[in-house]
Design a protein around this ligand. Structure first.
Ligand SMILES: [Zn+2]
Length: 244
């Protein structure tokens, strides 16, 4: 009789499964191919000409299920990778201040993980029709300040649940020059310096979970700087449904 573990650990998506074992292979391939891992903050602070020849920026947006982040960070730090993780303050799915989350984030920051704010502030302020006008800057300042009480936050990344949800990025880009001073931040994660000087690799639904434009393996083969976004709640240790 087959044991359950054998059944659940079979490959679900051919070569493009979203297991941590696959992530380990991606990191291994990048390291073997001469890539240097940098956080978003480190990349943004460096002149493009002064960067190592092949840079790999590992970015994670923590949309939901914080418990799925810890094994990923364990794997990455063990392999010498310093990722950048953007966490939500106004998420309906988790409370960043809960005992299961903030103390863990503080702990991982000590291991070189960079944390930033992940937010769809435009959606929040548009939908918050409670008789009080909450403006974008007010909400952003509150989110950043809360995180800054515990973490060294220098960047932020906009979140979007679905394609028909409000996109906060255009407003952010339009107001960024003033906002970065108001919020005391250095960068936002879709800055042209990051987007124009790297190959962007990300997963998403189309309609099933897949790599959007290029796989990590294809990107690594180009030898160009790589900026890779993944969402921890879609990745798994033993089976894709372990956190459901
Ligand atoms: Zn997101």
């Amino acid at each position: 009789m087959k044991n359950l573990r054998t059944i659940y650990t079979r490959k679900f998506h051919g070569e493009n499964d979203f297991s941590l074992e696959h992530m380990r292979k991606i990191i291994e391939l990048a390291l073997e191919s001469g890539y240097t891992f940098m956080t978003c903050r480190e990349f943004m602070a460096c002149d493009i000409a002064a960067l190592p020849k092949r840079v790999f920026i590992m970015k994670h947006d923590l949309d939901a299920k914080p418990d799925t982040l810890w094994p990923l960070l364990q794997l990455e730090t063990e392999m010498g990778v310093k990722p950048t993780v953007y966490v939500r303050v106004c998420a309906p799915d988790y409370n960043v201040m809960s005992l299961r989350v903030m103390p863990e984030l503080v702990w991982w920051q000590n291991y070189g993980v960079e944390f930033g704010l992940h937010t769809n502030f435009v959606e929040y302020t548009k939908l918050a029709e409670v008789g009080q006008d909450i403006n974008n800057t007010q909400l952003l300042r509150a989110e950043v300040q809360l995180l800054k009480n515990f973490l060294d936050i220098r960047g932020m990344s906009t979140h979007r649940d679905l394609n028909y949800a409000y996109n906060a990025l255009p407003w952010l880009e339009e107001h960024w020059d003033d906002l970065k001073d108001v919020l005391d931040l250095d960068y936002q994660a879709y800055d042209p310096k990051l987007m124009d000087n790297t190959i962007y690799v990300n997963e998403g639904y189309s309609p099933h979970l897949c790599w959007r434009n290029i796989t990590p393996e294809e990107a690594i083969a180009t030898g160009k700087h790589i900026y890779m976004l993944t969402h921890p709640h879609w990745w798994w240790v033993t089976n894709p449904f372990e956190s459901y």
